[in-house]
Write a protein that binds this ligand. Structure first.
Ligand code: FAD
Ligand code: NAP
Length: 441
């Protein structure tokens, strides 16, 4: 599949020539690309920073999580979900599906290797991907050299931790939603949940299920839709209507139906944005919340809705409306971001920007590449954001969840397949330039 050159450079870095693409990330997107390549007999290497596939799902999601779209929209190419799976598979079922998927297509990632940088070498027309081992005390570096690079590190690679005044002085526990597992240990406690996206709503619901007292911060506005309308998935219904009607009209219909089923969210302290849910998703990437019971708990008073935060004190939080709440702990359901600008360096322009990682605010050299914007998403809008130049591809950055990841994977693998066949034909005729280049290491 790939050959270890057995060579190390002067800094002790191992060099590996990869015959075929390097895929960064063994989440659903990376696995889907791998499976489609495998079917065409194209070799590849998958690099994963964690010690397992789908680490977001296995390590950074709460216990009660279920897929929030029907299974037909969440399956990866070439392998449907088992028939006995429910319409909305649980996290455990989804992980089991992905493990079977990896096994079926014989996908064996290089685990515990985090990509630190990937740079296109114009002289050799090759990608140089440098990884650092994430286990052990000794820093082990490997340089993978390849002609094609598939970025599959996800839209949710890092948890966003906002800087809020006084947060460091707060004496209780503060965690990001990616570390929240269950409300079990919060029984009887007052927990501030910051954020009202799908994570904030579901964490609040889970806390309430475990007899904790959640207060959920809603600082701006959000669309909440029922997960199902008259027994049909809201997403499915929206997809169907979009075939015949303009987006704004589908939005209007969805909002009327949502009002009919859920009542006014405004009365519960949750304002709706002025743009409709689908238009907002399309233009600003903001996902509507699919309600699975949190609204009912808000209505019953089990979950309190509070406005934005002014500052934290040692054991309380001051809100923008002047109220102060005593709280025991904080869950930051404040979203996620891509980490591509941290390591991909096809830079035309470099700029300095701030990002917040692991609870710390750092100033970093933050590359804007020709293909990826500063926010770590492809600049070219959907449906054309999957392919860059010089053999660069992006899988899973469409803001369309697992369905988007699958669509990307199929396009990418077809394109790589075409290039691969052309290369094979050329190789039969002449010695490729990259071979000459490699031999100089
Ligand atoms: C709580 C939660 C629930 C969700 N539920 C749904 C849902 O129901 N339906 C849906 O369609 N979508 C859902 N999503 C969106 C979700 O991101 C996608 O479904 C899916 O996980 C995307 O797959 P991916 O492979 O693109 O990214 P990920 O699953 O994030 O996988 C990326 C992989 O890349 C690895 N990686 C990152 N950086 C590096 C690096 N530098 N070096 C090496 N490896 C690296 C990560 O460790 C990870 O394993 C949910 C997201 C969250 C946070
Ligand atoms: N069951 C499921 O399938 C499921 C469950 C959870 C998540 N997901 C998916 O995972 C992705 C991420 O969802 P998410 O809910 O984690 O993130 P998100 O949708 O980005 O929501 C982040 C929330 O945090 C708020 N926020 C950020 N900074 C804040 C601050 N300083 N003070 C107050 N509020 C602040 C935002 O408010 P503003 O809007 O005002 O910025 C927003 O409400 C989405 O695609 C989602 O659909 C799916």
């Amino acid at each position: 599949m790939f050959s270890f050159s057995g060579q190390t450079d002067f800094g002790g870095r191992r060099c590996v020539w990869v015959n075929g693409p390097v895929i960064v990330g063994a989440g659903p997107s990376g696995l889907a690309v791998s499976a489609c390549l495998k079917e065409q007999g194209i070799p590849f290497v998958v690099i994963e920073r964690s010690d397992c596939i789908a680490s977001l799902w296995q390590k950074h999601t709460y216990d009660r999580l279920k897929l929030h779209l029907p299974k037909k929209f969440c399956q990866l190419p070439k392998q449907p979900f088992p028939e006995e799976y429910p319409e909305y598979p649980t996290k455990k079922q989804f992980i089991s599906y992905l493990e079977n998927y990896a096994q079926k297509f014989d996908i064996k990632p290089q685990f515990n290797e985090c990509v630190q940088s990937a740079k296109y070498d114009e002289a050799c027309h090759l990608w140089r991907v440098i990884t650092v081992s994430t286990t052990g005390l000794v820093r082990l570096e490997t340089e993978y050299i390849c002609q094609m690079l598939v970025v599959a590190t996800g839209e949710n690679a890092e948890g966003v931790v906002p800087e809020i005044e006084g947060l460091k002085e707060f004496s209780g526990e503060v965690i990001h939603a990616k570390h929240y597992k269950s409300g079990e240990k919060h029984k009887g406690k007052k927990v501030l949940v910051v954020g009202c996206g799908n994570s904030g709503m579901e964490v609040s619901l889970d806390l309430s299920n475990h007899n904790a007292k959640p207060a959920m911060v809603v600082r701006s506005s959000v669309h909440v839709l029922p997960r199902e309308i008259f027994g049909k998935s809201t997403f499915d219904l929206a997809m169907m209507l979009m075939k015949w009607l303009p987006l704004w009209l589908v939005d209007k219909l969805l909002l009327i139906l949502a009002w009919f089923i859920l009542g006014s969210t405004q009365k519960l302290g949750i304002k709706r944005p002025s743009l409709g849910p689908l238009q907002l998703k399309n233009h600003h990437g903001k996902t509507p919340v699919l309600d699975i019971g949190a609204l009912e708990r808000i209505r019953s008073g089990d979950i309190t809705v509070v406005p934005g935060i002014k500052r934290f004190n040692s054991n309380s939080v001051e809100l923008v409306n002047g109220d102060t709440l005593n709280i025991d702990s904080v869950v930051l359901a404040t979203g996620y971001c891509s980490n591509v600008p941290y390591w991909l360096q096809v830079s035309k322009k470099d700029s300095i920007s701030a990002l917040f990682f692991g609870g710390k605010s750092k100033l970093n050299l933050f590359s804007e590449t020709e293909f990826f914007a500063k926010n770590g998403f492809p600049k070219t809008p959907f449906p054309n954001g999957w392919k860059g130049k010089c053999g660069l591809y992006a899988a899973g950055f469409t803001r369309r969840g697992l369905a988007g990841a699958s669509a990307d994977a199929m396009k990418i693998s077809q394109d790589i397949g075409k290039v691969w066949k052309e290369e094979l034909n050329q190789k039969k005729q002449k010695v490729p330039t990259h071979r000459r280049c490699i031999s100089t290491f």
